[in-house]
Every structure is written in structure tokens, then in C-alpha cells.
Design a protein around this ligand. Structure first.
Ligand code: GLP
Length: 252
């Protein structure tokens, strides 16, 4: 069952999600975090940086694994997810860079890189809490519609819609990579806890299908219904197509 928290707006959604992560870090200083990229987590990461600077939230023992990376982009490319994580979070907190893991988009053998990543997650003891965003088509990480529930970290092709959605970050749509390395749905579902964040009406359809629709490969986020500890933190706009009214409302 998915627990749903509806925040008044996107700022409060970000604060609430940051609070959940901060609590887990305080409870277990060597926590293993699964992290996500995209526009949605930026404000949440800002809030974690604020908590580090003003409240001493300590990342010195924290380890992280990111969900995905574009195939063919160097870690220094300003649209690579490694670059995103460094500039939006890691460079501003006291995390050890060697404790941060992002798939290598330039690996000579991408399949081997995916295997290596799975092994590293296992060796670290598994992910304690995984952050997710959601694609407008219901994808999680880069598990596009059609991705099996038990899929593992692998090379994937992006759908036209995802390429279009992500084109806003690139100079031209022709520069958006068409392939990526991505944790699988099965990899994600093994995290001990999952928090998905979403804002804006463009996500409302995907959010309602994921929570209230059937579990289906057509909407990979719907597989999260089978997880024992999964929370969606969404703003009012992203929640606007939910039919049931029994969700938790917060003004954090
Ligand atoms: C990309 C990422 C996803 C992310 C999604 C939504 O496709 N691979 O992990 O959830 O974009 O991004 P945004 O938050 O920018 O809407």
C-alpha cells in the first residue's frame, strides 16, 4: 500500500521529503541513500544543504547510489546526472565523494558497468531509503512503460516523450541522449523504504494511475503498490486527479 502525503505546494513537498531523509540520516549516520535527478528534487536538495549548513546535518558517513545516467555523457558534461548531483547537492555538504555512486555513462562496456553497480549496491548492504521522481508517462528512474517488474540495472532506450520532456535541459532536442543506464524496477523495489516526490499538474495523470490504477508494466510506478514502505509526497497539483479523499494532508 502506498502512503500518500499531499502538501499545499511544491515548496512544502520539498521540505517534507527533506525532513524524511534528514530523520533517516540522524537515525543511522551511515545510511545508504538512493538518489534521483530531474527538476523535482532540486528544492529538496537545497533544503538538505540548508539543514547541513544551519543545523549540522552530518553526511560524513552517508553513502549514495543514484538511479540512472545518460549513456554517452561524460561525468563532467553539464547535463550528466553525476554533474547534476555534484552541483545540486554533493559539493555543498560534507559527504565524501568516494561514498557517492553514479553509473558511468562512458563505461567501455555498459552491460558490465550495470552488473558492477548491482554488485556494489549488494556489497554496501542494500539501499535504506530510495528517492524517486516520476516521468509524465509513469516511468521511474529510466524504466519506461513496458519495463518488467523484476528488471535489473541495464541499458535502456528512452521513449520519445521522455526525450521531449528532458529536452528543456539541453540546447537542442537532438542533443538529448536516446539511451541510458538505469536501475531496474526490481532493483528499486529492493530498497527498504521508498519516497516518491512529484509536483505540477503535468504529473497528475501518472500519479493517479500509479496509486489508484492497476499494477501494470504500462505504468512502472504502479509497481510501488507492492512495496511495504512506500510514501508519495506530492503537491496539490500532482494530486489533483486522485479520486479517494483519505490521504494525509500536511502543512509542514
Ligand atoms: C528523468 C529521470 C527520472 C525523473 C524524471 C522526472 O527521466 N530519469 O528519474 O524522475 O526525469 O523529471 P522531472 O523531475 O524533471 O520532472
Amino acid at each position: 500500500m502506498i502512503k500518500v502525503i499531499i502538501a499545499d505546494n511544491s515548496d512544502l513537498m520539498s521540505k517534507k521529503a527533506a525532513q524524511i531523509f534528514a530523520e533517516r540520516i540522524k537515525a543511522k549516520p551511515n545510511v545508504i541513500l538512493g538518489l534521483a535527478t530531474g527538476g523535482t528534487p532540486v528544492k529538496m536538495y537545497k533544503e538538505l544543504i540548508r539543514m547541513h549548513k544551519q543545523e549540522g546535518l552530518d553526511f560524513s558517513k552517508v553513502k549514495t547510489f543514484n538511479l540512472d545516467e545518460y549513456l554517452g555523457l561524460a561525468p563532467t558534461h553539464d547535463q550528466s546526472y553525476r554533474y547534476f548531483m555534484n552541483t545540486n547537492l554533493f559539493d555543498h555538504i560534507n559527504i565524501k565523494k568516494e561514498n557517492t555512486n553514479v553509473l558511468n555513462g562512458l563505461a567501455k562496456n555498459a552491460d558490465e558497468e550495470c552488473k558492477r553497480y548491482e554488485e556494489m549496491i549488494k556489497k554496501a548492504g542494500g539501499i535504506d531509503i530510495q528517492l524517486l521522481g516520476i516521468g509524465g508517462n509513469g516511468h521511474i528512474a529510466f524504466n519506461e512503460p513496458g519495463s518488467a517488474k523484476n528488471s535489473r540495472t541495464r541499458v535502456v532506450s528512452l521513449t520519445e516523450r521522455t526525450i521531449q520532456d528532458n529536452a528543456r535541459f539541453f540546447k537542442d532536442i537532438s542533443e538529448v541522449p536516446t539511451k541510458a543506464l538505469s536501475m531496474g524496477n526490481g532493483t528499486i523495489l529492493e530498497a527498504r523504504e521508498i519516497v516518491l516526490i512529484a509536483d505540477k499538474t503535468s504529473k497528475a495523470d501518472a500519479i493517479s494511475k500509479s496509486i489508484e490504477g492497476p499494477q501494470t508494466v504500462d505504468v512502472p510506478a504502479s509497481f510501488l503498490q507492492s512495496h511495504s514502505k512506500c510514501t508519495f509526497v506530492v503537491d496539490k497539483d500532482a494530486a489533483s486527479k486522485l479520486l479517494k479523499k483519505s490521504y494525509e494532508y500536511v502543512n509542514v
